[in-house]
Design a binder for this molecule. Structure first.
Ligand code: GLN
Length: 383
């Protein structure tokens, strides 16, 4: 007899990224759904991983991360954000950004705690909160420009509020934190016991000359923050699953209690390779310009389609509306586009918990030009 399952996540199905990527494969559609580059990563970085393996970097790394990597990361943070981070106590290398977020939440949340989450938002946040017995409190981004609604946050705060989750550049909308958002966040958390989880995996993927307002820049916010990053988004290797988290020493100590008995440590040869490769500042400093070109090209191509594209200031993504064209549900539209027109995108409703259908799809433009051209050509057939 199988034991009865009382699910901890009864509402959770398979993530939309897996669903749409599988459908794209099945119908040989151009996949602008799941966010990953379709062009090759840097050969030299691959060679460095091989070299590290040949040189014997094949056993467990330190559970908190290979020290030379933590050191070069603290140097990067000082260079970019002017903040001194202790590599020994305030930074941990993780198997991916999603893992860093999950571990941060798990290290502080208790049953009954409330967590403020903006929606639309990345699809792992809510299940990560729920599995810890805590309660997501959902605040809509303002429609149609998807900006942060700090007044609504202020009203949602109460003594059970344990954390606010922010994400900039924002997946799926491409909204970025502005100085006014930082001021508002500051005033909302001042004098409270609220932690901040800042998902900054698209830190370098920011456009139009905007500066990334990392919470690492603001000591009064950093003292209550877990800030999470991903190398996959810097070096075009989302399958590497390697990232890191920065937090003040006391919070990081709790993070490590969870991390050490979950994954324990992170891939050694990749950490060794990254510790030398990261010294090349231009690689990450030019990333925004490189991906902005793709954004601009895709927006130009999409002019020939029925989609009305929203502005996007960062991330791999842009939203396209079709409410003036049809009232077909987003999910049905996404499936029909994949099966009949050969282009996969993500229905924005997948990023909401409260059922919401504004007739918007998310497109990933971090692709080769020919991929974007092929997708736009196929989308032009939708009339
Ligand atoms: N971050 C990627 C996206 O938003 C997907 C990651 C995943 O598939 N889990 O598309």
């Amino acid at each position: 007899m199988h034991p009865a399952i009382v699910s901890k996540l009864p509402e959770v199905g398979t993530t939309i990224f897996t669903v749409m990527s599988s459908l794209a494969k099945q119908y040989q559609a151009v996949n602008l759904g799941q966010g990953f580059p379709d062009f090759p990563m840097n050969e030299e970085l691959i060679a460095k991983v091989n070299e590290a393996m040949q040189q014997g970097y094949n056993q467990y790394a330190h559970m908190n991360g290979y020290m030379p990597l933590r050191e070069v990361l603290t140097e990067k943070i000082r260079h970019l954000y002017g903040t001194a981070i202790d590599p020994d106590r305030e930074i941990t290398v993780t198997p991916g950004g999603t893992y860093a977020i999950y571990t941060s939440l798990t290290s502080v949340l208790r049953p009954g705690d409330e967590v403020i989450i903006f929606q639309p938002g990345y699809d792992s946040y809510i299940p990560n909160v729920v599995v810890n017995g805590a309660k997501p409190v959902l605040i809509p981004l303002k429609f149609p420009d998807y900006t942060f609604d700090w007044e609504a946050v202020r009203q949602a705060i109460n003594p059970r509020t344990r954390m606010i989750m922010v994400n900039s550049p924002h997946n799926p909308t491409g909204t970025v934190l502005r100085q006014t958002d930082i001021e508002a966040l500051r005033s909302v958390v001042a004098g409270t016991n609220i932690f901040i989880l800042s998902d900054e995996v698209y830190e370098h993927v920011i456009f139009d000359g905007l500066a990334h307002l990392s919470l690492l820049r603001f000591p009064d916010l950093l003292e209550r923050s877990f800030v999470c990053f991903s190398f996959g988004k810097i070096y075009h290797c989302t399958g590497w699953k390697i990232g890191y988290c920065v937090a003040p020493a006391a919070a990081m100590a709790e993070f490590r209690k969870v991390h050490q008995f979950n994954c324990f440590s992170t891939d050694t040869p990749k950490q060794a390779a990254l510790s030398s490769y990261l010294q090349r500042k231009e690689e990450y400093e030019l990333l925004g310009t490189f991906i902005q070109k793709k954004r601009d090209y895709f927006l130009e191509l999409m002019k020939g389609t029925i989609f009305r594209m929203h502005p996007t200031y960062g991330s791999y993504f842009v939203l396209g509306s079709y409410n003036h064209f049809s009232d077909e549900a987003e999910n049905d539209m996404a499936i029909r586009l994949t099966k009949k027109y050969g282009v996969a995108a993500i229905p924005l409703s997948a990023f909401y918990h409260t059922p919401t259908d504004n007739k918007v799809l998310r497109f990933c433009f971090c692709k080769k030009e020919e991929t974007l051209e092929k997708a736009a050509e196929r989308l032009r057939a939708l009339r």
